[in-house]
Write a protein that binds this ligand. Structure first.
Ligand code: DQA
Length: 140
């Protein structure tokens, strides 16, 4: 089964971006981890990251057209992008929303995700292990 792991704005900076909040794992290491864990679970994982909202929306449309399950970290767009939320609402397969940090214990503007209402489920606060859990769910 194909699975896409889609990461939004600023997540390409993992490793150096506020490591006390997001951990020391680099984006390249996250890609390697998801690909390896996915293969162990029998998944063909493809990871993508973009700082362009339009590009993410395009990928979500393609995932919907091809019924590809998705692990999505919408990053800052979680909190205000109705465009990303609407694209997630189009989904035709499971989509698990993942946040590295526990958004509910952080600044109030991070407590709400406009995407969550359209996701199959949400994982927050487990760091990169949240991606493992999302992949395990999709492989069940
Ligand atoms: C994040 C949380 C968001 O609030 C933030 O804007 C991010 C990353 C997380 O993975 O914890 O960029 O989605």
């Amino acid at each position: 089964m194909r699975v896409w792991v889609l990461n939004g704005v600023n997540l390409g900076r993992l490793g150096t971006r506020q490591p006390e909040v997001y951990g020391a794992t680099t984006y390249a290491q996250l890609v390697q981890r998801c690909t390896t864990r996915g293969a162990e679970l029998g998944l063909e994982v493809e990871c993508r990251q973009t700082d362009s909202e339009a590009e993410l929306v395009g990928w979500l449309h393609q995932a919907a057209d091809d019924a590809i399950p998705v692990v999505l970290n919408p990053a800052a767009w979680s909190h205000y992008s109705i465009a990303v939320a609407d694209a997630v609402a189009l989904r035709t397969a499971d989509l698990v929303e993942v946040h590295l940090s526990n958004i509910h214990t952080r600044e109030p503007f991070r407590h709400h995700s406009v995407v969550s209402a359209y996701a199959t489920g949400v994982i927050a606060g487990l760091g990169v292990a949240g991606y493992d859990a999302a992949l395990a769910y999709l492989a069940r």
